[in-house]
Design a protein around this ligand. Structure first.
Ligand SMILES: Cc1cc2nc3c(=O)[nH]c(=O)nc-3n(C[C@H](O)[C@H](O)[C@H](O)COP(=O)(O)OP(=O)(O)OC[C@H]3O[C@@H](n4cnc5c(N)ncnc54)[C@H](O)[C@@H]3O)c2cc1C
Length: 357
């Protein structure tokens, strides 16, 4: 295994390995020198984010389209409009939304809106790839959303296809269950210890929710801010508030993304494993799709907050900021391109700060 952050190589030994690599399944099957059991096709889906006041509706909307359905979902101070479903055979790490994709969604949603949306209303755009088990159909929207499991070589299980909403079912699939062979001798001793039982700690935030007035009074934050933090962090809210207690300047909102407190950037870095600016701006928060500037106006301050935690030098900080700005510029350019090929070419104009694959 290669750690892409440090470029160091590690040898990892395991009795069993599960290959659950989504749209990369075809590539990773090849790595194991196995004859591919599955062929996974990538289907690109894009979403648009627009501010809540651009659509005057008190409920979400579901529309039937020629090929599929379109959702218009209320999401905080925004609407999410999606999605598309088209075959994608270009760069898997950076599926790019083209102008055609954006136009398609706007045309669909405008068919039911009194005041049509324009491209100027779009705050953010995001694209992803669905891993679909390949079948006979040329059309990705007609391919199965089911998953399948195979034991291609001894000690290696491949699971492919499926959906987020079926991940528990996928994990429970008999053939992907860990066997006693997975358990270290020290924990396998007791016959009553069930190696197939896992406990997920669901955040139990209801007590905290009832105490939000008190949390607001104790922290000096207003109640709606506490409600937002509870929705984001559940019972972990205490960890975020502790950061603010230790350093009250972290209780201040980010200047150009005031839905988020400075503490949330620090928390993303200290508790949620963020290593780079785009981890915080795109993945721990959603600033990259929730602001018209897509995070370019807050990225310097976010870098200032991450730098002491990660020990960045001024040079590293400047590199992170330059990389993020280049990424946003490349995404914007790709979204002005007419089709997938040109959008992919434009997106690849910004290299990853850590190379993928
Ligand atoms: C637009 C859109 C809408 C969707 N809507 C829904 C929905 O409404 N409901 C729903 O249930 N699902 C939905 N999905 C599908 C869902 O998002 C996917 O099915 C799910 O993300 C796939 O998860 P996965 O773990 O199989 O793959 P991924 O999340 O892609 O994970 C694969 C992982 O493998 C890693 N990897 C690749 N190669 C290697 C390697 N060589 N070594 C180590 N690691 C490697 C990758 O880094 C990645 O982290 C949607 C998808 C899209 C794109």
């Amino acid at each position: 295994m290669v750690d892409l952050e440090s470029n160091r190589q590690y040898m990892i030994r395991a009795r069993q390995v599960i290959n659950a690599t989504g749209v990369w399944t075809d590539d990773t099957q090849t790595l194991a020198n196995e004859r591919g059991q599955f062929h996974v096709r990538s289907s690109k889906g894009i979403h648009l984010v627009v501010p809540r006041d651009r659509i005057r509706s008190s409920s979400g909307i579901i529309l039937r389209t020629d090929k599929s359905v379109l959702f218009v979902i209320p999401w905080g101070r925004h609407w999410i409009i999606g999605t598309t479903d088209t075959d994608w055979s270009l760069d898997k790490a950076h599926p790019a939304a083209s102008q055609r994709d954006i136009r398609y969604l706007l045309d669909q949603v405008n068919s039911v809106l009194r005041v049509p949306l324009t491209e100027a209303d779009v705050e953010g755009v995001f694209a992803g790839l669905r891993p679909l088990l390949a079948g006979e159909s040329a059309d990705t929207s007609a391919l199965s959303r089911e998953h399948a499991v195979a034991h291609s070589v001894p000690g290696l299980v491949v699971i492919a296809g499926g959906k987020y909403t079926t991940y528990r079912v996928m994990a429970r699939t008999r053939s992907t269950r860990p066997s006693t062979a997975w358990v270290r001798p020290s924990t396998a001793k007791s016959p009553s210890a069930s190696p197939t039982t896992y406990h997920c700690s669901e955040p139990k935030a209801s007590g905290r929710w009832n105490a939000r007035t008190q949390l607001a009074a104790e922290s000096g934050l207003n109640e709606s801010r506490i409600a937002r933090l509870l929705n984001r962090y559940g019972s972990m809210i205490g960890e975020v508030l502790a950061l603010i207690r230790d350093d009250p300047s972290l209780g201040v909102p980010l200047p150009a993304a005031d839905d988020y407190l400075r503490a949330e950037v620090v928390y993303g870095t200290t508790h949620e494993g963020a290593l780079h600016l785009d981890d915080v701006l795109c993945r721990r928060t959603r600033i990259s799709i929730e602001t018209f500037d897509r995070g370019t106006e807050s990225c310097s301050e976010v870098a200032d907050l991450m730098a002491p935690v990660l020990g960045w030098s001024d040079e590293q900080k400047a590199r992170e900021v330059a990389h993020y700005l280049a990424r946003v510029a490349a995404e914007r350019e790709s979204q002005s391109m007419p089709d997938d090929e040109t959008a992919d070419g434009a997106r690849l104009g910004a290299a990853d700060i850590v190379p993928v694959g």
